[in-house]
Design a protein around this ligand. Structure first.
Ligand SMILES: *Cc1c(COP(=O)(O)O)cnc(C)c1O
Length: 383
């Protein structure tokens, strides 16, 4: 990170406020876990903490089976491999780049479909037109943790005999009508990266519906070993270590409190930004079952600055807002040559990519900081 990213001291505008700050449990409580690892010397390969965390996550999330990974990206790559997905896969350009990269790692051609203007998730109404004889699956993202239209996607998948994989990296703990969103589709993939609602420093997981699928995934994350002498597939090393698993087990005890704290920030922002023309809080109509993982706002023409103008203003004042998701995946060099990456195919995603700004949201973002964030937005509007 360059010096210019820490403008706080120079300008005397107060300490930098980052878009996220990872939750951590009390250090003292982690020591007994470390002692246990040191005593048993079981460091990885599906040890006791790994097993306990898998069970604890199944219970917490309300899902039947889960397989832990070193990170979400390896989990995505393995999820596609486990279902033997090939050919073309329909996906969203409005996501973190790992979504599409997981397709390239499997030799699959991404086919970009535009997003819905309200949810910014894959628009089910545009999926069918993108299906070809080579299409084998849909890779959708619950963007900002807001559920995709899972019913419409399932309906299309059933009619065209397609697999469905959800990149649920933003959707830890998200429910719809009281039930986990992670039980939709063939597989859902989580990320436990430091920036996510629930973190194990680095980590990820695949949620799957049956024991047989979980077993195949477990083989694939261990080089393809089915037993000591049998290798069934060119698997990768995706195993979560005992350190990360133990940390996850402890983090899980605090995740409800972290989500509740995020909810407070979320409601406070909504209150403070309510009367500001041109700053639309996305997800206003969606609170129930949310994990409050992000706070995206849409900067419309009623606001005097462009999104990028506001971005610069905030950064100059040491509020390190982020443009999730700019640039679009479809604009990156390894994707922009695809026919489906053409600008005319993705007008809604392009508009969102040019207008959305994500404000800081995390447990421990105090009221004065929230005030500072909102004052800066208001000040620019009235300048
Ligand atoms: C964070 C993220 C990933 C990647 O997860 P890692 O654990 O960082 O590998 C994938 N997709 C989306 C949408 C993400 O936000």
């Amino acid at each position: 990170m360059s010096r210019a990213e820490f403008p706080d001291q120079k300008r005397g505008v107060g300490p930098a406020i980052y878009v996220t700050r990872p939750s951590l449990p009390p250090l003292g409580q982690f020591i007994p876990y470390l002692k246990e690892i040191w005593e048993t010397r079981v460091l990885t390969n599906g040890g006791p903490f790994h097993q306990r965390l898998e069970q604890a996550l199944c219970d917490y999330l309300g899902v039947p089976h889960i397989s832990l990974f070193t990170n979400g990206t390896t989990a995505l790559v393995t999820a596609l491999q486990s279902l033997r997905i090939s050919g073309e896969v329909i996906t969203t350009p409005y996501s973190f780049v790992a979504t599409s990269h997981s397709l390239l790692w499997n030799g699959i051609k991404p086919v970009f479909v535009d997003v819905d203007p309200v949810t910014l998730n894959l628009d089910p109404q545009k999926i069918e037109a993108a299906i070809t004889p080579k299409t084998t699956a849909i890779l959708a993202v619950h963007c900002y943790g807001r559920p995709c239209d899972v019913d419409a996607i399932e309906n299309i998948a059933d009619r065209y005999n397609l697999r469905v994989i959800y990149d649920a990296a933003h959707a830890f703990g998200v429910t719809r009508a009281g039930a986990s969103i992670l039980n939709h589709g063939d597989l859902s993939v989580l990320s436990f990266h430091a920036t996510k609602v629930f973190n194990t420093f680095e980590g990820g997981a695949i949620v799957c519906p049956d024991a047989k699928t979980k077993q195949r995934i477990d083989h694939l994350k261990n080089f393809g070993f089915a037993d000591e002498v049998t290798v069934v597939a060119p698997g990768i090393n995706g195993k979560m270590s005992e350190f990360n698993s133990a940390l996850g087990l402890l983090q899980l005890e605090y995740v409800d409190a972290a989500i509740a704290a995020r909810r407070e920030v979320y409601l406070d922002y909504r209150r403070r930004l309510a009367d500001l023309p041109g700053v639309e809080c996305l997800g206003n109509a969606w609170l129930e079952g949310s994990n409050f993982s992000y706070f995206p706002v849409m900067i419309t023409d009623r606001y005097p600055l462009t999104r990028d103008g506001l971005y610069a203003h905030m950064r100059e004042n040491a509020v390190m807002v982020r443009r999730y998701f700019y640039p679009l995946i479809s604009e990156m060099p390894m994707y922009r040559g695809l026919a489906s990456a053409a600008a005319g195919n993705l007008p809604v995603a392009r508009e969102a990519s040019a207008r959305v700004l994500c404000l800081p949201i995390y447990e421990g973002l105090d009221a004065p900081s929230r005030q500072r964030v909102c004052d800066l937005i208001a000040e620019a509007a009235h300048a």
